[in-house]
Structure formats: C-alpha cells, structure tokens
Design a protein around this ligand. Sequence first.
Ligand SMILES: CC(C)(COP(=O)(O)OP(=O)(O)OC[C@H]1O[C@@H](n2cnc3c(N)ncnc32)[C@H](O)[C@@H]1OP(=O)(O)O)[C@@H](O)C(=O)NCCC(=O)NCCS
Length: 147
Amino acid sequence: MKNKYLEIRIVKNRKELNDVLKIRETVFVKEQNCPWECEMDGLDDEAKHVIVKYKGKTIGCARVRLPGNRAKLERIALLKEYRGKGFGRELMDYLIRYCRRKKVGEIFLHSQLYAKDFYKKCGFRSRGKTFSEAGIEHIEMYYEGLN
Ligand SMILES: CC(C)(COP(=O)(O)OP(=O)(O)OC[C@H]1O[C@@H](n2cnc3c(N)ncnc32)[C@H](O)[C@@H]1OP(=O)(O)O)[C@@H](O)C(=O)NCCC(=O)NCCS
C-alpha cells in the first residue's frame, strides 16, 4: 500500500460487514439517490466484501462476485472526503490482485458513466452500449491487463 494509513482487505466479521453496508447507504442511497431495494439487491450473501480503512476508520468498500469463471466488481465506493487521493486506484489494484489469485478468466464491472475515465486509468475498457441501472446511466467495462 502506498499510504501507510490505508488498509484494504476482505471483511473479517459481521461488524465490518455492517460498516461496509453503512458506506453503501451513505454513498449510493443518500448521495446518489439509488433506491434502497436496488442497493440491497439480495446478492450480498454470495459476494466477497472488501473494506477500506484509513487510520482505522472505515471509509470505503467494494464487493466481488464470481459468476462462472468471471469476476464482477461491484459497489466500489469511498466516502466523499476521501476521494481524489489515489485511494480508489489502490482499491482497484487490490481487487484486481484478488481476482488474479482466484484465477478468473475475466474481470468486468458496470461503470456509472461519470466514472468511466477512472476505470480506464485502472486498465478497463468499455464494451457495448450504455444502459440504465438503478436510474443511473452505466456502461460495461472489462479489465484488459489480465493475460
Ligand atoms: C469512483 C471512485 C471510487 C474513485 O475514487 P478516487 O479515490 O476518487 O480515485 P483516485 O483518486 O484513485 O483516482 C485515480 C485516477 O482516476 C482519476 N479519476 C478519479 N475519478 C474520476 C472521474 N470520475 N472521472 C475521471 N477521472 C477520474 C483521477 O484523477 C486519477 O487520475 P491520475 O492517476 O491521472 O491522477 C470515487 O469517486 C467514488 O467513491 N465515487 C462514488 C461512488 C461511485 O460512484 N462509485 C462508482 C460506481 S460505478
């Protein structure tokens, strides 16, 4: 990790999972107005949850699902005041390393249109047409650096 105060790893227990769900509520439901039912989509039990901490405080999260031989990265978020400091890229690097260890054949995600260039900088390329998800325009992106 480039920043010594930054910790990114799989959640260890129920309390950390609850902390992660609170980040999602703050960012997606309250800040971005995603409907609660879309955010809590019933897929959390089949996902691995990643927690991001800064100086011991939970500041971000992500979720990885492994359908088939593919990895889908979801719910990538940092609290507003911790954005623009390179932490998002650190989170993406962690997620890609995690997926590599799982030996998946492909890593993909649904990017909100405004975040497309962020994912591009992390090695992802867009594919297909835009579509609406939770009322927000998205595009599918896949990681180009796997092989
Ligand atoms: C998307 C998100 C995780 C990015 O995290 P971040 O910590 O702000 O990103 P970083 O500081 O690591 O940025 C890495 C690079 O991407 C660029 N970048 C970050 N967000 C960007 C954006 N929205 N558009 C274009 N470029 C962006 C940065 O300028 C930086 O570029 P550089 O390496 O040339 O300096 C964060 O903005 C966030 O949590 N957003 C709210 C939740 C959300 O919408 N998640 C995405 C759901 S698809």
